[in-house]
Ligand binder design. Structure first.
Ligand SMILES: Cc1ncc(COP(=O)(O)O)c(C=O)c1O
Length: 963
């Protein structure tokens, strides 16, 4: 065949770790003839798919990229003045190349293991410090998904923190329209009435108030008095705000706001058709223990040195389940890192200069438009002008389109323009020429134009307090400084570019370079989410193709790519179920059955969707206890809305009873929600939409190669069977409003969520093709079974399915070891750092265990390196068990060992320094040295510090340094 001459299957062996010969060795270790036989042993016949996926064959990298380039070319990237929460920005090149395009940053995992995450934790602490500083509040998190969902989270936080008994949440009519839509969607399940109005007309009785500062259409109000009034009535006040504007404006914390939220997009993160961008939230100290999302805090390590780690909310959903403050798990870490570094790069002087340029150019534009006879409404503004364009409106829009310029169309007689840091004087002249043409006049760009004396920020609202005063924002002057700072931070961390990350349930697989290339193409990066749809045809093609492929893979009929995390997908899926029941007149169906082993986001999402959670027990094999399920179904009767089940289970097995379980739920009138986070075990082998489930979310940041970015971005599409399709998340129009007739509102601010990273899963599917995707799944199962087979002599494998096999991950039971000698799963996790590994998932879904998921991307050598480390550690445990090592003072309890710990004159341990640092001789080549010793989590939670250490500590340090 002629096709054979093309390198079309080259990518498959690049993505899949073990070569054919290695696969054969591994199969012989586990005692199976071939991959096909292994699959027959593992996957229940009742769900096994017959026939190949109907997807095109694999393509070469060059071929697939060329085709995607052609698709991206169908996007028409206009000059955008739309604003509405999304602004042009220059991504500093040093950040683009060294963070966004650098696998050391983008392939890292969420920093749950702080000892190997100090670099990204410091970057996130910078982000939090920046947000605290600019908003004038006490504490900030890192981070939320976007501005709309941040507003929705603030609504929840306000409710938890308010003294008022009211069910009403007041949102200003001046908020971005898409924010209001997301709020309305969220309010549905929380029994909150969102009242949208003009605060100038007075506030209703309410528990919370959301104000936009500056307004979506540009105005800036002084909210001091209003805030006092709201507080007097027990309401919590939230400001939706803009970090660049706050460089010049009195910050919300100074005028009394309790919470500030917004998007950090314009701090060096591309528009990307709406995402991914980091949302932010800051609040007063009084609210901190209720704040949603992840919070980085300062603590100390076992040697008494400062160390960073996630505070309070670490795995909050796992601990508090349906009582969790929110379902936020994957956030937007990489984008938060970029935004924080944007502040480090520009520093206080640079940032203020950017804000002032924008403000003065806007003032110049307003004055010049006045000369053309176009009035601006309101005299207070930062970067946005609302223009009274009257009868000239459509002519101006036409002239703008002809000049490849997008304006914000507000009504038939008014337009708005927003400026950003990328706008030059020449751009403003081009804009004025467009307006002049629209009103039948001309604009002389070469004329002697004067800059107005003032910009549009009223004197009473001009910020007097300094910005970015923390030394971290002044440490970088030159690009050399910045380059080394970023490199230094990255070097502190372990990411996939150095080692396998065997995290169960997280699917840390290869994020191939080719898959990452298009996300920085301007055709994708510079597209505004509210640009006319005629301009985003390339995105439409990409979204349509990816949607079709994901439907084929999952067996569902429809899909929404809008949710920007798995948990957001869960929420969307449950809203679909709720919408369906309500449309069928079954309003009472509000109970969600959730197995005890479920991921914590499941119950948290169910609660957000207004459902009551009833827990179903697991049997001794880790499967859903079918007898208990039947009892619970009988007990909740016609209140049954849904069962949420993860498949293969979080215990890492394909439960045989899955089809029976689905049938039981359907017979009782319920819907089946199958959590698709473990889809990496099923692609090409089984389709949940065909074997009994009604709806699933996928984690494209697991199975479909979007990198974890240190804890985000993510995409969590929600896929449904046809009867649920009408209840998928609504898509806001170009004005940011939900079209009438939509059954369900949007779950994210941007119409297609984190659209700019969709090229990654699209390319993965294209490069692998039907045959490659199937092989990836088979090898993921092979790798997990190989590890289980080799480690079972040393650590009991907690659960196994048919024929004693696991699915794509396995749980090592450490509890017997803990009982025998006190060595815990945590000790092993930390000791693995000394061996150069990131730990497996700790204590999920079963406390005291380690869950290992190797993925198909790890080759035999790396699997063996990990297995050797685990076996060597078992030997170290044996020594403790036999009393040969001290029960407290041993290599495990003291792990990880920093270089500093070993470089002491007197060594007081009964093991050697070599045993601590080089337990395997292979470690002598390329040893990873953790920057801190074991971190004390409890200390950090008791002494919560969540921004960079106070300036005084630097002064003290400087004083202590001999000159
Ligand atoms: C089984 C399961 N469900 C849901 C989620 C939530 O996904 P996300 O972190 O994208 O919100 C996860 C994430 O780890 C998971 O493992």
């Amino acid at each position: 065949m002629l096709r054979e001459l093309d390198p079309h299957t080259d990518f498959i062996p690049r993505h899949i770790g073990p070569a054919a010969a290695d696969q054969a060795k591994m199969l012989s270790v586990i005692g199976v003839a071939d991959l096909h036989s292994l699959v027959q042993e593992v996957v229940p016949p009742s769900i096994l798919k017959r026939g190949a996926l109907k997807l095109p064959a694999s393509r070469s990298e060059a071929d697939a990229l060329a085709e995607l380039k052609e698709i991206s070319g169908r996007n028409q990237v206009f000059r955008n003045y739309i604003g509405q929460g999304y602004y042009g920005t220059h991504v500093p090149n040093v950040i683009l190349r060294n963070i966004l395009e650098n696998p050391a940053w983008y392939t890292a995992y969420t920093p749950y293991q702080p000892e190997i995450s100090q670099g990204r934790l410091e970057a996130l602490l910078n982000y939090q410090t920046m947000v605290v500083d600019l908003t004038g509040l006490d504490i900030a998190n890192a981070s939320l998904l976007d501005e709309g969902t941040a507003a929705a989270e603030a609504m929840g936080l306000a409710r938890r923190g308010s003294r008022s008994k009211s069910k009403v949440f007041f949102a200003s009519v001046h908020c971005h329209p898409q924010t209001l839509e997301v709020l309305r969607t969220r309010a549905v399940g929380l029994d909150i009435d969102v009242v949208v109005g003009d605060e100038a007309q007075g506030l209703p009785d309410c528990f919370g108030v959301l104000l936009q500062y500056p307004h979506s259409l540009g105005g800036i109000a002084d909210y001091r008095v209003l805030t006092e009034t709201a507080h007097a009535h027990g309401a919590v006040v939230t400001a939706a705000t803009d970090l660049l504007a706050l460089a010049l404006l009195v910050p919300p914390g100074e005028w009394g706001a309790d919470i500030a939220i917004g998007s950090a997009q314009r701090f060096g993160v591309p528009l990307g058709f709406g995402g991914p961008h980091a949302g932010f939230m800051a609040c007063k100290d009084a609210f901190k223990r209720n704040m949603p999302g992840r919070l980085v805090g300062v603590s100390k390590d076992s040697q008494g040195g400062p160390a960073l780690r996630l505070a309070l909310q670490t795995r909050e959903q796992h601990i508090r389940r349906e009582k969790a403050t929110s379902n936020i798990c994957t956030a937007q870490v990489l984008l938060a890192v970029m935004a924080g570094m944007y502040a480090v790069w520009h520093g206080p002087v640079g940032l203020k200069r950017i804000a002032e340029r924008v403000a003065y150019l806007t003032a110049f534009l307003g004055k010049s438009l006045g000369e053309l006879g176009i009035g601006t409404s309101g005299s207070a503004y930062f970067d946005t002008l609302l223009l009274d364009t009257g009868a000239h409106t459509s002519a101006i829009v036409q002239a703008a389109q002809a000049a490849c310029i997008n304006l914000r169309q507000v009504s038939a007689t008014s337009l708005a323009v927003s400026l950003d840091e990328t706008v030059t004087v020449a751009d403003v002249h081009a804009l004025l020429q467009v307006f002049a043409a629209g009103v039948g006049k001309s604009w002389d760009a070469a004329g002697q134009h004067q800059l107005p004396a003032d910009h549009g920020i009223p004197a009473a609202l001009l910020r007097a307090s300094p910005i970015l005063s923390h030394p971290v924002f002044s440490r970088v002057r030159s690009e050399t400084d910045m380059l080394r700072y970023l490199r230094g931070l990255a070097d502190k961390d372990l990411a996939l570019d150095r080692t396998m990350i065997p995290l169960g349930s997280c699917t840390m697989k290869l994020n191939a370079t080719a898959e990452m290339i298009p996300i920085t193409w301007p055709e994708f990066g510079a597209m505004h989410p509210f640009a006319p749809t005629s301009q985003s045809q390339g995105y439409k093609e990409l979204i349509d193709r990816l949607s079709a492929a994901l439907c084929e893979i999952t067996g569902y009929d429809s899909i929404s790519l809008q949710p920007n995390s798995g948990a957001q997908g869960e929420f969307a899926g449950l809203l679909a179920i709720r919408g369906y029941h309500q449309a069928s007149g079954q309003h009472q169906r509000n109970v969600c059955l959730i197995p005890a082993s479920a991921h914590g986001t499941n119950p948290a999402s169910a609660q957000m969707a207004g459902m009551d959670v009833v827990v179903v027990a697991s049997d001794e094999n880790g499967n859903v206890d079918v007898a208990d399920l039947k009892a619970k179904i009988a007990k909740v009767g016609d209140r049954l809305a849904a069962l949420m089940i993860t498949y293969p289970s979080t215990h890492g097995v394909f439960e045989l009873a899955i089809t029976e379980i689905c049938a039981l739920v359907h017979e009782a009138g319920g819907q089946v929600y199958l959590d698709g986070a473990n889809m990496n075990a099923m692609v090409g082998l089984a389709q949940p939409g065909k074997f009994g489930s009604d709806v699933s979310h996928l984690n494209l940041h697991k199975t479909f190669c979007i990198p974890h970015g240190g804890g985000g971005p993510g995409v969590g599409p929600v896929a449904v069977r046809s009867h649920l399709a009408p209840y998928l998340p609504g898509i806001v129009n170009e004005a940011g409003q939900l079209p009438s007739g939509a059954a369900v509102g949007p779950v994210s601010a941007a119409p297609f969520g984190s659209a700019s990273i969709l090229p990654i899963p699209y390319l993965y599917i294209t490069l692998m093709g039907s045959e490659g995707l199937l092989e990836a799944t088979e090898v993921a199962i092979l790798n997990a079974n190989y590890i289980a087979a080799r480690l079972q002599k040393h650590y009991p494998i907690l659960y196994a399915g048919r024929n004693g096999r696991v699915a794509h991950e396995c749980i090592l039971d450490i509890r017997p070891i803990k009982d025998s000698c006190g060595i815990s799963a945590e000790d092993i996790a930390k000791r693995l750092v000394d061996y150069g590994f990131h730990a497996p998932t700790m204590s999920f879904p079963v406390a005291g265990t380690l869950m290992v998921e190797p993925t198909e991307s790890e080759g035999l050598a790396e699997l063996d390196r990990f297995i050797d480390a685990m076996i060597a550690i078992r030997g170290e445990i044996d020594a403790v068990e036999k009393g040969l090592s001290d029960a407290q003072d041993n290599v495990l309890k003291n792990a990880p060992h920093t270089a500093q710990m070993l470089m002491v004159t007197e060594w007081h341990h009964d093991y050697t320094r070599e045993q601590a640092a080089y337990p395997l001789s292979s470690l002598r080549d390329g040893k990873y040295w953790p920057p801190v010793a074991r971190v004390d989590n409890a200390y950090g939670d008791r002494n919560l510090i969540c921004s960079c250490p106070p300036i005084e500590s630097y002064i003290e340090d400087a004083a202590a340094t001999p000159v």
